[in-house]
Write a protein that binds this ligand. Structure first.
Ligand SMILES: [Zn+2]
Length: 181
């Protein structure tokens, strides 16, 4: 049985159980939770945890890619910069700069000051997915939230965006957990 990291947090209002790719399962509980509560939840959720792990079968063949993080980062910068420059013009927006990051939870973000950040692991995703993430972040320069008007804007520029988002939902967790040697 896989061990579960238990974190007590004074800020936690609700119980949260996570089974991230490539990292130990963890349970976050409010500090008022008793040890018996924790034991009971872990017993109740045991099969759910195992089920999550069984689904985490590597399918992207990432371990076979001889890639170093620094190569992938510079490749990401190039690919993303070319796309962003072209698409910014198509959308009629201007960004300040591009940052390449390695967040474990995020593909891209767009700051109010116009900095676009992208995860270097995107270069290991299909080209249409990289393209979608770049267009998505550029669209945030016009609509800074995920409202209906944001998605209509994305839809106008990338009618096939749902397919790319589905790819990220399906394979994204594996890719985000990827750590090159
Ligand atoms: Zn967004």
């Amino acid at each position: 049985m896989e061990p579960v990291e238990v974190r007590r947090s004074s800020r936690a209002r609700r119980w949260r159980l996570e089974v991230p790719w490539g990292a130990p399962a963890r349970l976050t509980v409010p500090s008022s939770a008793t040890r018996a509560d924790v034991e009971r939840v872990l017993t109740d959720r045991r099969s759910w945890i195992e089920e999550q792990r069984l689904r985490q079968v590597p399918r992207l063949g990432l371990e076979r890619l001889a890639v170093t993080e620094s190569d992938a980062r510079s490749r990401a910068r190039k690919v993303v910069s070319v796309l962003a420059e072209r698409e910014a013009e198509a959308l009629g927006v201007a960004y300040r700069r591009i940052r390449i990051g390695g967040q474990r939870t995020l593909w891209g973000s767009c700051s109010a000051r116009g900095t676009l950040s992208f995860n270097w692991r995107l270069v290991l995703a299909p080209a249409e997915v990289v393209d979608y993430v770049v267009v998505h972040e550029l669209c945030h320069l016009l609509v800074p939230n995920h409202s209906q008007s944001f998605w209509s804007l994305v839809e106008r520029h990338r009618p096939g965006w749902r397919e790319q988002r589905a790819w990220l939902r399906e394979y994204g967790p594996e890719l985000l957990a990827f750590k090159p040697n």
